[in-house]
Design a protein around this ligand. Structure first.
Ligand code: GCO
Length: 427
């Protein structure tokens, strides 16, 4: 049976602050994550992204890994403070050098570069003026998008403007668990939200203005609900719940972002929707309306403690597709495991293989149901800095020995390569 169309795009993802290191090189300015991670007690073990997976220097190895796995695309992010160290328009040409090398090497390897413009490393200089609470940040983001689009014109044609606004606003400006670590009142968080929407829109206009063939979306996250059974009442209950509850990080969910943006006349309407989906909540039709089904005690969990719910990768895309009718990409999906190097020098991660296998089968059911999902990016290509969790959570298909920077493909990397090669047939 063909699980996925032949032209389905298989990829893996990463993000600048999480993988690059090299935070002081070639004129890079400070980001809110530099400040935050260097503030005591904000990140587990006081870890910082100063070195991370050292991809700033080892990007050639990363490209080789992508190529060896036979991936069709690599999603990475560009660090805004490398291009605009002070957050303004004093562009830093040296900040492009590493990305030039990366993009050219990917193209040469036949891999599509998918660039994210904002994966949370806001220039600290902008935060000093209020960050996303200040409308000027949105304008600065638009200008930065224009500069980047101009620079990569003809080389990068697939873009994510912003990664998980729900998360960086909810956790950065709401709960304070992420940079810049603020705990604002709901109305002030809404101001950030409004400016983020403007920033996205200005960026999408800049990208399209510079090259109309640019394909631009963004990566959304938030609560995913799936039906506790195949009964029509439960399906309806899950659908309702998914778009009604003030769920997701800090109260922002998929529909908070996508409802306004996906209106026909909205200039910020994306060409595609990226969905970052890791798990979901089972919902059933109760006597008083939709109700959550508690996750079973002792049920499978990742090293992070996240529930293993493959159904989320079927129903999340199904419900989002029904509501917005825009092409979808899974822009992130994966898990952290307690991986280590075994006596044989390899990294065996059967849990990751089983997890991905289940989730991809679930995604294939969405494809089968007619959902227009065009690709899948595994999070992450390599182990990296997991925000407030520091290096405690290993999400990579490839193991990183942080002491040396050495990369060791895990068993799952070989397994994923097989899935990619067979276009999902190996599942
Ligand atoms: C996010 C980010 C990633 C994370 C990943 C695992 O979703 O929070 O996009 O940077 O590392 O999701 O938590």
């Amino acid at each position: 049976m063909e699980y996925f169309p032949k032209d389905f795009l298989w990829g893996a993802a990463s993000a600048s602050y999480q993988t690059e290191g090299g935070v002081k090189e070639d004129g890079r300015g400070e980001s809110v994550w530099d400040t935050f991670s260097h503030t005591p007690c904000k990140v587990r073990n006081s870890d910082t992204g100063d070195v991370a997976a050292d991809s700033y220097h080892r990007w050639r190895e990363d490209v080789a890994l992508v190529k060896d796995m036979g991936l069709g695309a690599y999603r990475f992010s560009i660090a805004w403070p490398r291009i605009a160290p002070n957050g303004g328009t004093d562009w830093n040409p040296a900040g492009f050098a590493m990305y030039d090398g990366l993009v050219d090497a990917l193209l040469e390897a036949g891999v599509q570069p998918w660039a994210t413009l904002y994966h949370w490393d806001l220039p600290q200089a902008l935060q000093n003026k209020g960050g996303w609470q200040n409308e000027d940040t949105a304008r600065a983001f638009g200008a930065y998008a224009r500069e980047v689009a101009e620079h990569f014109k003809g080389r990068v044609t697939h873009w994510f403007t912003i990664n998980e606004p729900q998360c960086f606003i909810g956790m950065g400006y709401g709960s304070g668990e992420h940079a810049p670590g603020l705990r604002l009142r709901p109305e002030d968080q809404l101001l950030c939200w409004k400016n983020m929407l403007l920033g996205h829109t200005l960026a999408i206009q800049a990208l399209r203005g510079i090259d109309p063939s640019n394909v631009v979306g963004l990566a959304s996250c938030g609560g995913v609900c799936y039906p506790a059974s195949e009964r029509a009442e439960d399906i309806e209950a899950a659908r309702k719940r998914m778009f009604a509850r003030p769920e997701g990080f800090g109260g922002f969910s998929h529909h908070d972002l996508l409802d306004p943006l996906c209106l026909e006349d909205n200039p910020g309407k994306p060409d595609f929707i990226g969905l970052n989906i890791y798990n979901g909540i089972a919902v059933r039709a109760g006597e008083n309306g939709p109700e959550d089904v508690p996750y079973p005690m002792g049920g499978p969990r990742t090293a992070f403690g996240w529930p293993v719910t493959p159904e989320a990768l079927e129903w999340g895309p199904r419900f989002v597709w029904e509501r917005y009718h825009l092409p979808l990409y899974i822009s992130e999906n994966g898990l952290s495991c307690r991986d280590w190097v075994a006596l044989d020098g390899k990294v065996h991660d059967p849990g990751r293989i089983d997890f991905l296998h289940r989730y991809l089968l679930a995604l294939s059911r969405a494809v089968d149901a007619g959902v227009d999902v065009h690709g899948y990016f595994q999070w992450a290509l390599i182990d990296n800095f997991e925000w407030a969790e520091g290096y405690d959570q290993r999400f990579g298909l490839v193991y990183v020995d942080y002491a040396t920077g050495r990369r060791i493909p895990k068993d799952s990397a070989e397994w994923y390569a097989g899935v990619v090669k067979s276009s999902g047939g190996a599942l």
